[in-house]
Write a protein that binds this ligand. Structure first.
Ligand code: DQA
Length: 146
């Protein structure tokens, strides 16, 4: 059964509670992961988390991900907007992926409208806060069921 999902968080996500609450909801990163774990369990998915502030580590995790996951949920933080090496690593992984952002990146600064991973992802979810992860996991479940 294909039910294993890697949720990969990128740069600055671990400091979530110190970032503007109007965009990120003021919740701690621990709380975010706990909430996402609850969503995954309710959807019958097995979830594994990873976070790094180092781009090379994130790339290496994408290389390893096919060994332990069937699909990805990615929030690379600011790397989303310019990190072409992460895009290439996602392509190398060959896994179905959903892009998720807590904030509404389309309605913020211009540089946040660009995503270097979007066209490699089966869906993008943004602006739904932590609940966006449930939407992302629903997309994943659908993809894994087909
Ligand atoms: C983010 C949006 C990015 O623009 C930002 O750099 C982040 C978080 C989000 O979840 O809304 O670090 O990915």
């Amino acid at each position: 059964m294909r039910d294993r999902v890697a949720v990969l968080h990128g740069v600055n996500l671990a400091a979530l509670d110190r970032r503007p609450a109007q965009h990120y909801g003021g919740l701690t990163f621990t709380r975010l992961e706990q909430t996402v774990a609850g969503y995954a369990e309710a959807l019958g998915l097995t979830v594994r988390f990873f976070q790094s502030d180092f781009e090379g580590e994130y790339v290496q995790e994408l290389h390893k991900a096919p060994d332990y996951a069937d699909a990805l949920v990615l929030n690379p933080g600011a790397w989303t907007h310019y990190a072409w090496a992460i895009r290439d690593a996602l392509e190398i992984s060959g896994l179905p992926a959903v892009e998720v952002h807590l904030s509404d990146v389309g309605m913020r600064e211009r540089f946040r409208r660009e995503s270097v991973i979007r066209d490699l992802c089966v869906a993008t979810v943004a602006g739904q806060g932590v609940e966006g992860y449930r939407t992302a996991l629903e997309h994943v479940r659908e993809v894994l069921a087909t």
